[in-house]
Design a protein around this ligand. Sequence first.
Ligand code: BES
Ligand code: MG
Ligand code: ZN
Length: 499
Amino acid sequence: MKIHFDFDTKHFESSEAVVVAAYAKKDGGVQLSWSDAQLKKEFAMAKSSKNFKAAAGTTYGFTCSRMSDVIVIGMGEKTKAKAEGIRRATAAALQAVSGNKYNSVAIDAASFNAINKLAETASLINEALIMTGYKFDKYFKEAQKESFKDICIYVSDKKVKKQIEKVEESSRNLADSVNFCRDLVNEAPNVLHSEEYAKRVEKDVKTALKGKGVKVKIMGKADLKKENMNLFLSVNAASAYEPRLVHLTYTPKKVTKNTKHYALVGKGLTFDTGGYSLKPGGSMMGMKFDMGGSATVYGAFRAAVLNNSPYKITCILGMTDNAVSATGTTPDSIVKGRNGLTVEILNTDAEGRLVLADCLDYACDQKPDYIIDAATLTGACLVALGSQVCAVLGNDDKFVKQVQDSAKAQDEYMWQLPIIPEWREDMKSKIADLKNIGTPARAGTATAAAFLENFIKDDIKWAHLDIAGVCDSQSHLPYCPPKGASGLMVRSLHKLLNG
Ligand code: BES
Ligand code: MG
Ligand code: ZN
């Protein structure tokens, strides 16, 4: 599917199908902010059009005298319209015109513009088209047919041409990075093990981010040993593959002593069997997505760099699988982490926090102003917040609020959970500094965060995202595949890093 922006009505008129949006009026009528006067007239003339009230989620179709099919997307009331409405309506539009029926489709951006910003509307349409058009179909014997070849976002006002050029690129960078994240998460774990994962990220940095000021450092088992990252190594102990710590640094073109430095840290468990504390078969299914946190922060890093973030950004991805073998770490083991704290590992299935612990300590040594980590860390997150809401916890309420505001600006759900002294106490061991699980079935998401907090030093402002719920199967969002990776939170973090 090729998407292009067009300012020429000819292109709009010659398309096989035309998509226009309509808003519902309070009096039961419809409001049409369409660029094409002729279309409006023909809509009014069509007998059945009076039955169409433009409620959100409804569509209406007719054929105009130019012989193109017209698909009208109902948007609901304009006063209630938000950016998310435009994303969802675009996804509905794409669904409505898919199915090998049309070679060319044009979307009238102005008709969707409920937020009074035409360039931003066009940008949202582009973003939603790229996200909705995503497919993970590389493993089928026969390539899936493209729904159609060409889709045109028609912008009727030439005055916004300059703005459009900018947002066309930035929205594509963002949505492509969401899709890049999805591809990594969807990849099979027998293919995407730690060594392959690191290679793929490195290759992407060297191609997509070439000349953008990004440096790559990849660390293996020997390097982690030198760094005393024994908690990370304990998770890798049963693996057939070497662990990988991918360390990326981005330096913007202009740096002053006031330039802020963000560090992103991601859990990259390419598969989580649970280890000796083995998961039952049903719960193990889908655990290829346990590297979703790292794919999310890499996706955000990628988009931020492509869109020339003004901040210095460090990105640290901790990659391994949590396998089972004779060399695996047994429950009851006591292991000393990079920061010198000892951990009694009572459950080898609480492995993500062990990898993150050493990665967070390593991140602190890069002297960032802020650290944000993302991880599919706890099943408890799904119990607390369902599969639609991302949990955020941290050591600085103001910073957490800033992260939440970025999520809100992108219409992604993020809710704060507390870390209280009692839960910090719950993570203390009787025979070591810490233990890796708290009281069973009690505040699992927050006790995990209380554990991680021990590895943040120098009072660096830190926010932890538990994406266990939102990482996949977002079937309520029409621009996400109903099954498989969602790519959610890439947009929120991009917002934080690029404003
Ligand atoms: N990767 C899982 C978390 C997870 C579970 C995400 C289910 C999504 C769905 C994590 O490594 C894990 O196994 N956590 C344990 C922690 C427990 C042993 C304290 C969990 O949530 O059961
Ligand atoms: Mg686990
Ligand atoms: Zn895990």
